[in-house]
Design a protein around this ligand. Sequence first.
Ligand code: PDD
Length: 288
Amino acid sequence: MQLVYLNGDYLPLDQARVSVLDRGFTFGDGVYEVIPVFGGSILCPDEHLRRLYNSLSAVAIRNPLKHSEWYGIFERLLDHQPTRNDCSIYIQVTRGVGEREHLYNDTLVPTVFVMCKPIQARDFTSGVSAITHEDIRWKYCHIKAITLLPGVMLKKLAAATDGSLDAILIRQGYLSEGASSNVFIVQGRTVKTPATDGRVLAGITRDLLVRLLQEVPVGCEETPITEQELRQADEIWLTSSTIGVVPVIRLDGIPVGEAKPGCIWQEAFRLYEARKLNFAIPPGRLIG
Ligand code: PDD
């Protein structure tokens, strides 16, 4: 039986109920977070909660819980996990239940839902395919909004094209990010990723990888990347909490570099896998 948190209660997933007038349901009016947990240790919990607070503040939903209360929920749900297999903590906060009116009432009480979800063990080390697509999403990509219809459509299109893992998005001639990942490119020995200027989500995996790369000779530049640079890159990588650092070996059906995971990716992957747990909080250590 999977235990979830809903508005102050812990209950089995199949008993968790939300009103059809919840604004998350009627308007997609809410934000979310996904925090990876490896062997019971939570990766970068403070960074994820800070991003949640930023998303909440950007859409004027009040933060319903204190930092320690969020941590208490994570501990309790993880305690209840049947195994120490890798999982992610999914948090969703909506503006709450109200009349179906665009204009909301400031007194609404946010709906808070948290669950743990297994991370599918998938091996991406031999590389994946990706497609490119115009960035058809809204402009506030720094907000982790639950309104993910463009992302859902793009991921389905990617999967239907050559079994691609993600769609790499282009806005006005520049690379933004994947539909559910950040993107890095390699030119020779130079690693580049777009800056977090609102066109992309400030991915926690991205930020951690940039930080780790900056400690080694390879480095990483945060800079605008043109569509042409993307297409001519020697290597392309995708990053996210649930996939880690993944090499793209075919873009729109065309080989990237030598059509195999590149040597800079191998360095980055090893670095990330070796160091990520240094940024994780072990079980039972979040509070107190
Ligand atoms: N998505 N960009 C977008 C649009 C994303 O949806 C995600 C992750 C990322 C990577 O962020 P992070 O490294 O913090 O996971 C970038 C999550 C995993 C999701 O929607 O399930």
